[in-house]
Design a protein around this ligand. Sequence first.
Ligand SMILES: [Zn+2]
Length: 452
Amino acid sequence: MTILVVRDAELLVTCDDDGREIPGGWVAIDSGMVSAVGEPGSEPAADRTISARGCLVTPGLINTHHHMYQNLTRSHAPALSGTLFQWLQTLYPLWARLDEEAAHVSAWIGLAELALGGCTTSTDHLYVHPAGGGDVLAAEIAAAVDLGMRFHPTRGSMSLSQKDGGLPPDSVVQDDDTILAASEDAVARFHDRSHGAMVRIALAPCSPFSVTKGLMSSTAELAERLDVRLHTHLCEDRDEDAFCLEKFGQRPIDYFEEVGWGSSRSWIAHCVQPNAAEIERLGRWGTGAAHCPSSNMILGVGLAPVRELRAAGVPVGIGCDGSASADSASLWLEARMALLQGKLRSGPQSMGARDALSMATREGAACLGRQGEIGELSVGACGDVAVWSLDGVRFAGALSDPVEAWLRCGPVSARDTIVHGRPVVEGGQLVHPAQDEMLVRHRAAAMRLTAL
Ligand SMILES: [Zn+2]
């Protein structure tokens, strides 16, 4: 049994049910799980101690939407100024070259980048499974295991190609039976239902314009039978509204309900375009939303109605998205973007740093169906912690509120990122020794994908 104690925090923010914040506080992690949290002077004996003097300590951040393979085509010059649909159609042919090596190195680098930004749990929406590309889902899970990150990959899918009126080319779609069989197989092989699990699977048809309606319904039924979560893109931009009205004769939320997804089992990425009545329905269903502020701005799709969604009871997590739309993968940056967008859209009093932190932790946990288990520092929760230095030039003069300072000053990365009681980042550096080697492999894979 190993006990790790992170102590002497400038401020320990638990994000627990009571919103407890403890000046000088500490958190103890025993065998991967939080065993105690407390006031200064009551620290337990430890096998290892990490001083957080001068630091803000928060739960590790949770990334609720991402496409890690896209970091192989980051900032791709021919796709920099397109709308969502134009951007996708430029990149689909490159992504059709994805294989196991490319999936592995992109997930490894993607998760490393997230860890450096204080993230401890990430999902990944992997919806490209090219014929002959091998087992790309297993390849990315191996990367998470190697790094020690908590991982919620989804078995994504596309089944509606251009010949059937969809957006993607034939080369990146699969038929419904293949997708459903692979989904069931992924759950059987990788989904860990235990408390504190490091890997869980969700099922994730990509979007209304890239899958058949039948696949959406069948996937919802399969998720119900297997008791796993459902994820998709929804209400991202106006082209999607127009597509759904033209092809299905209904708006995206009506489509979503009709195919059996309107429930607390689902969380959706973006959620920029719902109207007031649709927001109310999402809240009633308990469907979660992954807010991706940078991606929404880069693709110009709009400002998500975050205040209204949260007021309606929708858990709103934060997602990096990308990494070819929002080309960086820092949850700190996305939390800050959420703060700024919230103020811009709904007024300066509508959102503070604590709201953004809650979204990046507790509400993200709710999106992933792990409320109380991750995203908070309370006894019995996972030992996932981010330690943020508040020292130096960037924080000079910020004396009144460490949480607001954390998100308004900066930019910052995590000093230490601890997952399941094990440091993945220490002193701002990845603990795993293979970073340089993985960057070389990543570059080779990226060159292969983007070759003319
Ligand atoms: Zn996305």
